[in-house]
Design a protein around this ligand. Sequence first.
Ligand code: 13P
Length: 279
Amino acid sequence: MALMTLNQLLAMDYAGAICGFNFVNLETAKAIISGAEELGAPVILMVTEGGVKYAGLDYIAAIGKVAAANGKIPVALHLDHCTNFELLVQAIKAGFTSVMIDGSHLPFAENLRLTKEVVRVAHAAGVSVEAELGRIGGKEDNVQVKTAEGFMTDPDEAMEFVAATNVDCLAVAIGTSHGIYKGEPNLNLALLEKLKSILDIPLVLHGGSGLPDVMVKKAVEIGIRKFNVWTELAFAHTNKIRRVLKEQPELYDPRSLFKPAIEAMKEVVKSKILLTQAG
Ligand code: 13P
C-alpha cells in the first residue's frame, strides 16, 4: 500500500489506539510490519533523530517506504521527537508522511512559535504534524528529561496551543516516561479526561513500554488515539540475540541471529496492538 499521512491513519475507522513503533533498521521495520500485518492493523513506523543518525536519512526512509509499499496494511512514516527544523524539512523531502516537532524543552511561547512554523511548512507538503506540550520524562535516544524536569500538560495552555498552531495531534504529558520505569508508573488519568474533553484533535501517549495493561486500556478508553512503544521492542529483539548466541556460540551468519530476533520483536508488536484495540 502507498504510505498514508498520520492524519489519514488516525481518522480511519479503527476502534482503539493506533500503535506507533520505532524502528532503526531493516530487521526492526520487518518485525513491526509483519506483526501489524498478521493482525490486519494499521501501524505507524517511527524514526527518532538518533535512528536517522544511525542509519542515515535516505536509508531509513527507503526502508520505511518499501516496508509500507510491500505491506497489506495502512502505514504512516513518522519522524519522532525531532528538535531540528532542518532535519524535519529533509525528512519531508525524503518522503516521511508525518513529523513530530518536539519543542517541549522550550518556553511555551517558543514551542508554540516553532510548532506553528513546522505546521506551515509540513501542511504545504501534505504532511501531518505531532507536537508535545508539557514534558515527558525519561530518555528517548537523544532526548533526555530527568523525572524532576518533567511536567504535565496544562489544559489552558493546551487549548491555546492547539488553536494557535493548527497541529494535527498532540503528545500529552500525564505521567508516562520514556524507557524503563523506576517504580510503579503513576498516570494522571483525570488530567487525560480533562484534555480529551477540551481538545478536538487526536491525543498521543508516549512512553508505552512498561505501563501496566490496565493503565493502557484505561488511557485508550479515555481517548488516546496514538500509542508509542520502543523500549520493550528493543529488549525483545536484543534479548533474543543474546539467548541465541549463548545457546549456539558457534553461529556466524547474522541471519541466524536476526531471524529469531525479528520473530521475538514481532510478538511484542502484536501484543501491544491487541492491548490497544478497543473492546
Ligand atoms: P518507550 O521507549 O518508553 O516505549 O517510549 C517510546 C516512545 O514514546 C517513542 O516516542
